[in-house]
Write a protein that binds this ligand. Sequence first.
Ligand code: ADP
Length: 359
Amino acid sequence: MFRSARMKLTAWYLLIIMVISIFFSLLAYRGLTTELQRGLRLHAFRDMAYVERPERAGETPPSRDFTQGPMAFRGLPPGILAFDRQLFEDARRRVVLQLIYVNFGILAISGMAGYFLAGRTLRPIETMLEEQKRFIADASHELRTPLTALKTEIEVGLRDKNLDTELAKELLHSNLEEVDKLKLLSDDLLSLSSYQRENNREFSNVALGEVFDEAFGIVKALAREKEVEVRHALDDITIEANRQSLVKLFVILLDNAIKYSPEQRIVDVGATVRKNQAVIKVRDEGIGIRAGDLPYIFKRFYRADVSRNKGEVSGYGLGLSIAKSIIDIHDGAVDVMSEPDKGTTFTITLPLRHKKKVL
Ligand code: ADP
């Protein structure tokens, strides 16, 4: 598909360039031949003036013209006329030949350049399509797992002739868990696509302390369950940001810090201002991330060390991709330092003032 689209685009480029080139060649042809005729006519008038002088009557003038015009009926010798018409025809033929060569040259060069440019134009589109295909494949794969579990449980329950109320309730509870997983996944997918698509969100002055409080309210239950203490020192920093997405960013980082920490550890959240930027740090004493996994953790559906995490800690590997999209919306940056079994620190830098983008 990419190849045929590239050929079609090249053909369009060629068509446009050749129409322009032929148009200008015709203009050049007209201009040149007119100028040539004008020049030859000028010579003819000079010649006429030369031969009309009484003392030179009957002599051949030193320069001569041409094809038509006043010379013919002013009685110049016919030899002069034939010679000049020949001169004009030769020059005209040379001009035509040169314009044809030039046009062939333009055709060849623009063919190659057009093919190269068409490739460059289409490459980002191809990459985006590939990315989308991969995304759909990954999302369907992740959706299939809880759906299959749900289906199997229902089928087993239906086949069981001795299914009593107790067992049926157990089954429904398990079904509900799978449905919750599906909801979490679809919510994450929706968040990801909305943060990637909408970059015209409303920005206002947001106090980081308030954002933390709101985010902590969401992850509080998990922290309590794991007896993880979450400390914070956010001073009185206010930044121009989209409040709702900043809360989501804090939720993702806090949720991960708690999720990937053994029980009774500490999570520290701090922020300082440096050179018109807020530097936010979320540090945990959790399982850490291996150096080999670090470059990939912001990729969609990537879960570091699958054997260690999968099954034990819930998640679909979408949290950090969403976090990255939110940081991008704010023109910020993120850095991760981690040591396996020691802990991880995420450092997020966000500008204090939001630069409005001209769309
Ligand atoms: P998930 O839903 O798996 O948590 P994320 O995109 O939030 O997805 O994170 C991607 C991967 O990065 C996780 O699977 C985990 O392996 C690793 N990770 C993220 N945050 C931490 C952390 N604070 N400590 C250890 N590993 C982390």
